[in-house]
Write a protein that binds this ligand. Structure first.
Ligand code: SAJ
Length: 430
């Protein structure tokens, strides 16, 4: 068993630290956020992920996992810090990775291994992390091992996927790769695939998420085209996918979460060749505007209307609101209503549109979430933006009674069309 320090105790770092600890390694979880450290020390877990609380507490109770605000010397350092994207420039901010590497460098001893798990633009391990670690006087590849080993887990199923998903590992040399493989094979049950170098591992991680994002953009464009031809896009996609070499994803209100809307841009970091991938991003981001167009068409105008958005989690079955398509739609509605010529001329300062939000799984206190009854009360239109199972069993008759209007947009195809039509609420599907 090895000594490990996990740097960054967020969505990936915390379950990863607990996993290694529960498999018998001596793990220190380190974070620069003092408040997070003190919360975790007392077993308080902010992240809402099935099974995580018990899993982390098991590791803490066994003392295989300790939480600290100092970096100890360790045989393995695993970096799981955020790599946010600047929305304007579409450039990554690597300061947390740089800070982590700078914190590790003084603790390094010959034979130690540093693993970058954070998603980064191709070349980051070699161009950014390696020179910072080598300030220690040790050579990465010769004296210490250095690899990129991206996480590939799906929020909502993180603990299972950590053990069951395949891993890819690319080191700055073969010795580095082998050192990381030895560590991950202590708990990964699937194949561990080794790459020729760290940059290939970084690139592979990015094109996995880019494939999914671009495929969803294709599905979204197909949905918009299908609507113009009076074709049901879902049925068309289902039929198209019966071909053995066709796998079109599902359309929706846009793509949320912390990965798909961000990672494709990393591919354009040091290359001008990004084109279709950037356009696919724009198609997905443009879905909120398309839904507002649908609402305007159905309602005549969105001003002085009440629109209920059902679903602010970025996808069904989770409480995560990062890059939420539902919240993006709420902003787009407000923005579009404010720029209506009649509204721009107004001076009363009243909001020109009322947008109510509901989500059965999200508990975020900063959002003005309402009960389902209040959210739909007197609404002119409702838009389902998250495929929560709770929405599949909504009762159209009782919703029809509460609503002022009868416009329903189902961006996730979760409502039973016949039942809703019987309540005079024909859903418009995206
Ligand atoms: N979505 C669609 N249509 C689809 C599938 C998804 O509109 O057919 C939307 C979802 O509703 C959501 C968004 O896309 O808003 C992203 O959801 P997701 O389930 O596709 O992916 P994430 O962000 O939860 O997790 C992804 C996964 N990557 C891949 O499947 C290639 C996960 O395995 C990665 O570990 C994760 O990104 C990550 O951390 O990179």
């Amino acid at each position: 068993m090895s000594s490990i320090c996990v740097h960054g105790l967020g969505y990936i770092g915390l379950p990863t630290a607990a996993m290694f600890a529960n498999y018998g390694h001596d793990v220190v979880g380190f974070d620069v956020n003092d408040q997070l450290v003190s919360e975790l020390k007392s077993g308080e877990i902010r992240i809402d992920e099935p099974g995580l609380r018990a899993f982390v507490n098991q590791a803490l109770d066994s003392s295989q996992l300790t939480i600290d605000d100092e970096i100890p010397s360790s045989e393995y350092h695993i970096i799981c810090v955020p790599t946010p994207l600047d929305d304007e420039t579409k450039r990554v901010n690597l300061s947390a990775v740089e800070e982590a590497a700078a914190g590790i460098a003084p603790t390094l001893r010959t034979g130690d291994t540093v693993i970058l798990e954070s998603t980064v633009p191709p070349g980051t391990t070699v161009s950014t992390v390696k020179p910072i670690l080598e300030r220690s006087g040790l050579d990465a590849g010769e004296d210490i091992a250095l690899v990129h080993c991206p996480e590939t887990v799906m929020p909502g199923n993180i603990i299972t996927e950590l053990t069951e998903n395949e891993r890819i590992i690319g080191g700055v040399n073969g010795v580095s790769t082998a050192a990381a493989v030895r560590l991950y094979e202590t708990f990964v049950e699937s194949e561990i695939r080794t790459m020729v170098d760290a940059t290939t591992a970084e690139f592979v991680k990015l094109i996995q998420n880019t494939y999914r994002d671009a495929n969803i953009a294709l599905a979204n464009e197909i949905a918009m085209l299908a609507a113009d031809y009076g074709v049901d896009s879902r049925e068309a996609i289902q039929l198209a996918n019966t071909h053995p070499r066709v796998d079109i994803h599902q359309p929706g209100p846009g793509v949320g979460g912390h990965c798909l809307p961000i990672d494709p841009w990393f591919l354009g970091h040091d290359s001008d060749e990004i084109d279709l991938i950037a356009h696919a991003r724009e198609v997905n981001d443009g879905m909120a505007g398309y839904i507002v167009d649908l609402l305007e068409e159905a309602l005549g105008s969105i001003t002085e209307r009440k629109i209920a958005i059902l679903g602010v989690a970025y996808k069904g079955g989770v409480s995560d609101i990062r890059m939420s398509p539902g919240l993006h739609l709420a902003e787009e509605l407000q923005d579009r209503a404010l720029h209506e010529p009649a509204v721009e001329a107004r001076t009363d300062g009243d909001s020109p549109i009322q947008v109510s939000l509901h989500d059965p799984q999200v508990t975020d206190q900063t959002l003005a979430l309402e009960t389902l009854e209040d959210a739909v009360l007197d609404a002119d239109a409702i838009v389902v933006t998250t495929d929560h199972s709770e929405y599949e069993s909504l009762d159209p008759a009782s919703i029809a009674q509460k609503m002022a209007g009868n416009v329903v947009v189902d961006t996730r195809a979760v409502l039973d069309e016949a039942e809703w039509a019987a309540a005079d609420l024909d859903p418009i599907r995206v």
